[in-house]
Every structure is written in structure tokens, then in C-alpha cells.
Design a protein around this ligand. Structure first.
Ligand code: COA
Ligand code: MG
Length: 291
């Protein structure tokens, strides 16, 4: 399964943005039915999204749909309306835990049968830190059906907590949101799914975006959400292993291959041991999964 470096949110009721989204180079688009679309326009947005899904070139970007939260009246209407047009996946906002993923998966089981879509083919991305209870569930996603991506959100979590802001004076996340981010990362690896970093809402600040991308990649996230076309190229670049990184990883792997009985070796005056080999192998698997 390939890795999604960039997932670009596109409001589902904007003809202009839907048209523009196709050519931006995002690994995936998330056609939004939730926060970016006013409630009164959701029926129209569902129609527009179905039409888009039916006509767009899937080879360019995977096409996902963000539904409304499970406890809202719109949730089942969203899923029932869009499945017939075969989205690659559904993004589930305000997900409280793996039980919510199971419920959505049951809906998809039925709708896939109804529309003669291969069973289990529509995947799920859980936005898994947007309610007060959600962070407590992050260690329990292993085995959740259809789950491919675990991501986090800081804006809705701040709203859920009545916080006045989620950033400090320097523009960095305050402690509760740093914790949510870390738990999301642990949860993704514990579940064996891709960890995706959250949005950088200040879309006119490419320097801050790059900083967040580099920190996310350093920590183990494999991609980041975009909300504006200008963010996509930066995200793709930051989450693509460089030629030097690939070459170095290959040297580490070759060194251990040439010395099968060694647990630790010296490379360019530095010690390398099993964690370095594991890291190198992980990087090479990212490269393979991208091609
Ligand atoms: N997807 C596709 N196209 C987009 C886009 C997006 N997310 N955001 C902007 N564009 C288009 C604009 O329509 C504009 O097109 P044009 O050159 O043909 O006129 C171009 O990109 C430049 O946009 P710009 O004028 O810089 O931004 P804006 O003021 O039109 O829009 C936002 C700013 C934040 C409203 C817009 O980026 C947006 O809607 N983002 C997604 C929001 C969202 O989905 N949020 C929910 C998840 S947090
Ligand atoms: Mg939101």
C-alpha cells in the first residue's frame, strides 16, 4: 500500500477548487463535506462530489471524502450518497476511538454490497484527536477495520476544550496539542498504519510549513495534510527521502549484509547497530512503497 505524503482538503461545494485540485500534485485529495461546507449546502456538495469522483483521473491523486461526525444526522447521508461513486477512502472526523471506525466500516460493508464494489476496498482515515475522549483511545487502533491512516487535529480539540488558543507566543503548539500529536504518532505505529501530520492553517507562511514538515518527518510521520495548493509541493518535497538519504541507507544495509555475524559496525568513524539497520530498512521500504 502506497504512502500518502500529501492529502489536500478541497471544499466539496466549490466547483473552482474541485477543478483546481486535480492538477496540483497531491497524493490524495480529501473532498470535504464537513467543516468547509455550510450545512445548507451539503446536499449539493454530495452531488458535486459524486460527479467529481465519477469523472476524475484517479491516477493523479487518490480521492477521499471527509464525512460528518458519526453522531450527526449528516453522517449516514454523506456515506450513503458518496459510496456509489467509489471514493478511495473516507476521512472520519471527531473519531472517538476504534469503535467509531468499526461502525463506519459496517456501513461500508453494506454499501459496498449494494453498489457491487469489492468488499473492504474503501479505506478509512481516522482524525483521532478532535474530542476530549479521543486521545485516550489512541493506543487501541490495532486491527481496526479498513484503517490506513491515523491523523490528528488541533483546531477542533481546542474548541472541545474551551481553549482560548492552541499556540504559544512563538506560534508553537501548547502542551495539550503536543501530547495529542505524540499520542497520534505512537498510535499509528502501534496500529501499523500511516501517521499523517495535521494542517498548518497559516497557509501564507511556507517557512513555518517547512519547519513543521521537517519536524513531523523527523519524528516518524509519513505525510501532512494541506489546505491550500501552495502547500502541496513543500509537503511532497519534505516527505520524499533524498538521494543522499537513500544512498546512506543502502550503505548501512550493505554493510550488515557483508558482515552477517556483526551486531555493531563502524561506518565513517561512527558506530552503527541494529536500530540504524532498522531505520535504513524502514526508509528503503518507504521508497519502495512510493514507486
Ligand atoms: N483546493 C483547491 N483549490 C484551492 C484550494 C484548495 N484547498 N484553496 C485555494 N484554491 C484555489 C483558489 O480557488 C484559487 O484559484 P484561482 O487561482 O483559480 O483563483 C487559488 O487556489 C489560490 O487561492 P487563494 O486566493 O490563495 O486562496 P483563497 O483565499 O481562495 O482560499 C482558503 C483560502 C483557506 C479558503 C482555501 O485555501 C480553502 O478553501 N482551503 C480548504 C479549506 C478546508 O477544506 N478546510 C477544512 C479542513 S481544515
Ligand atoms: Mg474540523
Amino acid at each position: 500500500m502506497s504512502i500518502l505524503r500529501s492529502m489536500l482538503f478541497v471544499p466539496g461545494d466549490s466547483e473552482k477548487k474541485l477543478a483546481k485540485g486535480a492538477g496540483i500534485g497531491a497524493d490524495a485529495l480529501i473532498l470535504d463535506l464537513e467543516d468547509a461546507v455550510a450545512a445548507a449546502r451539503r446536499p449539493l456538495a454530495r452531488e458535486m462530489i459524486c460527479e467529481y469522483l465519477s469523472s476524475a483521473d484517479r491516477a493523479r491523486s487518490e480521492l477521499w471524502v471527509r464525512m460528518n461526525p458519526l453522531d450527526s444526522a449528516d453522517a449516514l447521508r454523506d456515506v450513503a450518497a458518496v459510496v456509489r461513486a467509489r471514493p478511495d477512502g473516507i476521512a472520519l472526523p471527531k473519531c472517538n476511538g476504534p469503535e467509531d471506525v468499526v461502525q463506519l466500516s459496517h456501513w461500508l460493508d453494506v454499501l459496498e454490497v449494494e453498489h457491487a464494489i469489492p468488499a473492504g476496498s474503501i479505506e478509512i482515515c481516522a482524525i483521532a484527536t478532535e474530542t476530549a475522549v479521543a486521545p485516550f483511545a489512541l493506543g487501541r487502533y490495532k486491527g481496526a477495520p479498513r484503517l490506513r491512516i491515523l491523523t490528528w487535529g488541533a483546531e477542533d480539540l481546542a474548541a472541545a476544550l474551551g481553549a482560548s488558543t492552541n499556540k504559544d507566543a512563538a506560534g508553537d503548539y501548547t502542551a495539550p496539542y503536543v501530547l495529542a500529536r505524540s499520542l497520534c504518532l505512537f498510535g499509528a505505529y502501534a496500529a501499523g498504519v500511516q501517521g499523517l501530520d495535521t494542517v498548518q492553517p497559516d497557509f501564507r507562511n511556507p517557512a513555518k510549513l517547512r519547519e513543521e514538515c521537517n519536524e513531523a518527518r523527523r519524528d516518524g510521520f509519513l505525510g501532512k495534510i494541506a489546505i491550500h495548493p501552495d502547500q502541496v509541493a513543500v509537503i511532497n518535497e519534505c516527505f520524499t527521502p533524498s538521494a543522499e538519504e537513500i544512498a546512506h541507507a543502502q550503505v548501512v544495509i550493505d554493510a550488515f549484509k557483508a558482515n552477517p555475524d556483526a551486531g555493531t559496525l563502524s561506518l565513517d568513524g561512527k558506530m552503527i547497530d541494529m536500530p540504524h539497520l532498522k531505520q535504513a530498512e524502514r526508509l528503503m521500504s518507504i521508497v519502495t512503497r512510493r514507486t
